[in-house]
Structures are given as C-alpha cells and as structure tokens.
Design a protein around this ligand. Sequence first.
Ligand SMILES: [Zn+2]
Length: 475
Amino acid sequence: MKKFINNKIIVAFLVMALVLPFVTFSFTGCEERVEVLKIFNSGEYIADGSEGSEDVVASFESWYKEKTGKNIRVEYSVFDTNETMYTQVNNKHADYDLVCPSDYMVQKMLNNDLLLPIGGEDFDEIWADAFSDEDPLDYGLDEDDEITVDAIMNENLMPLLTAYDPGWETGEFYSVPYMWGTFGILYDIEKIKAIGGEDAEEDMQSWEAIFGDKYKGHIYMKNSVRDAYAVANIYNSSDELARLSENFTNFGDAYHEKLSDCMNYPNENTIDAAEKTLKAQKKNLFAYESDEGKEDLLTGKSDAALSFVWSCDAGYVIGMEENLNLRYSVPKEGTNVWVDNWCIPKYAGNVTAAKYFIAFCNLYNTAYENMWFVGTTVPVRAVAEDISIEIVDPWSAVGEGEELEDYLCFAELFEEYADECDEDETCECEWHKYARMYSECLFPSDETLERAAVMTDFDKYNTDIVRMFIRVKAS
Ligand SMILES: [Zn+2]
C-alpha cells in the first residue's frame, strides 16, 4: 500500500486552479491520430504529479506503450461546466476521445445520439488485457476470480446508474463511472450550537435545517438550479418520504421511487411548490453561493454557519485540517448521488485508446492516486474501502520504514486526544469520531446509498425550471 498525499499540499495546488480551459498542444507534423488521445475533463479532476502525487496521464502513456506496443500522446484539456462540454461536442463536433459528464448530462448526450457504445466484446478484451497483471485479492476478490468491471465496482452504486444509462442493465453501457458522491450539509459545529443549542447537531440530520427559520441568516444555499430544485422537492415531500420509509428506518422500492420522482420528474405542481419553498428559503439565507460558501465556513469569518454542498466540496475543506469544527451530514430524508462518468463522444478519433484509458482509471493504483488527489470517491469498492480504513485506522496502514505521520489525518486533533484513544477503529475518542465523519464524507456508506437517487435530464421542463429559479433569485 502506498502513502497518501498530504491533503494540505493538494490544497496549495488547488488554490491555483485554472478557471479557463487550457489545452496542451505540441504539433508534430507527421503524428497520426492513432497516436493521440484527446481527453476533456473537469478541472483539477485527475492526479497530475504535483506535490508527490502520480502523474496519471504520463503513467498512462508509458503503460499503453507496454500493453499495446504503440505510442500515445495525451492531449488533456478541461471544461468548467457540463454545458460547456456539451456545446463543444454537439455544436462544434469536437473530436474528443473521452469526456467526463455528470449523470444527467450522460442521459442528455445519449438522447441526442452523441455517444458511442462502450460495453461489449471489444471493451471486455481491452479490460482483460488491462487487468492481466493485477491481483484479484487487491480488489477484494478470490484468487481465481476474473477481474471484471461488474466485479470490482461498488455493487450498491451500480443499480443507480441505470437511471441515466439503461445499458448497465444489459452490459451495453455508454458510460463508466469515474467519481461519485452525495449532497448534504457542511456546518461549523461551534457556530450551529451557538444558534441552535443542544439540538443543533440533530438538526443537521434534516433538510429542515436549510429551509426552516431556526438558522435564519446563517445559511448558504448553492446557486445551482438543478440542486436547488431537487432538494426543495425532497423537503416538500418529507412527510410522504417518512411514511414510505417507516420514519426513515426502512427504505424500500416505494420510497426510492418517490425520492427519484422528487428529483427527476417535474410537473407544473412540483415546480410551483419548489418555487414557493425556495422563495421562503431565500428570506432565511445568509447568501447564495457558487464556490465561496465552503471557504467562508473554513475561515469562519462571516455569520454563515451551514451550507448546502456537494460531498466533494465538504471533503475538500475538511481535509484542509484548518478548521476542525467543520462537519458534513447527509439529511435523513434523502440525498442525490451524483456520478461523473467517462464517455466516448460520437466524433472520437481514437476509440481503442479511449477504452484503454477507462480501464486504466480503474486499476487499483490509478484509482487510489486519483481518489486522494481529487478528494472524492472512486467506484472501485476495494480502493475506497482501503482509503476509509487508512483514515480511521492509520496504524494498520503503516508499512516498514514508514511513520504513523505519513497516514495520520488531523494530527493536531489526535495529539489532543491521544491519551483517550485506544488506537482501534471502534474507539469513541473525539479524534476517531472526526475521522469517521471524514471517511463517510469521502466514501458514502451503504446506509447512505440506501436513501439516495441519481438525477436525470429534466428534458422538456428544463426551461420552466430555469425560469422558476430566475424568479426565485429575483424575489
Ligand atoms: Zn480513538
């Protein structure tokens, strides 16, 4: 097992994040298209060799040569939003070999015939070649097991994918998950206790925290139409969701269907109801935010005490270890599981190399490097579980010639509670409780996945919902 990168160092790099797309060109006159792989991904979304991480793209180039005997040069560029990427492919017929859209955008691209199939015999052969030197035991499989795509992925995540890519039911899929997470509430425990008293932490277990009056003036809301619509509808359906899940204890098909309905099947009534809820909420907000909410909570300088966030953003600021009062919760009523996926667009020029790259991302080592670097979870279950164990039981991860400090998160907090800690993952010391919360934020448990649904494209209601959100913001 390798050492993970110190998150503080990653952060220093992330601060320099580029906003505008960049492309690394190096034209060599006689280079053939089969020797180039064009990748279009979100910014800061792959380990890039900075500060002790592995340069995954460079590793792929040499690995591809080893596997196939052919040269490959990766042209890697980044987009800011799914919609920017969509325009490049749909309007400009850009010849990217790989793009990384979110769930709903995969569906939109599928509906508009912009994707090439991935799953099938050809992919199986490439996958088998890619994994031929891997040890099944590293993936939690038996020695003689075949390392297939289905075998190594999180089995509770996989059924959710069919909502936007039905090909996962038949093996003829058009997308392969790359990163995933939840949405929830990021809060500063000292600040919410000062406002909400003893019940404050319990309050964060319900969406009432961001829609009710109790934390008025201290709430950040994400300036994102899709997320705002979804969470407002979950809140509006709280009573029914409670009834369908025996008060959030038993989550069956009826509950899941309702939860998915809340996010994905708008009609005039649900749009009206969401508008009322969001307008009422606006009066209680500290502010809408696009990216600054988590930074504000980190420094603690404003009156904001809680923020509606994606788990990746929560994991990012908690991992900075600068404000140990930060916590992340996934309210009981239910959450969205967002999934970003590798897809091969219609105008791709090097499908074979694209499929090799997809397989490469799922190799243990690559997934491990990417998960630590990006600070969100990969679909390869064994990798995510191993990292979770490293966080809550760093003692088990220390190898020969290594130090506990190489693995210990929140070292400052640990020092404070070292005397009370029995260095076991079931320990109830404050350091362990914090480490478990962080681990759960990075890698949502099966219990959390039980009350989650993915988002699909709003299709013909897109415009209505966008207009509704504009009215809310102007109110
Ligand atoms: Zn402990």
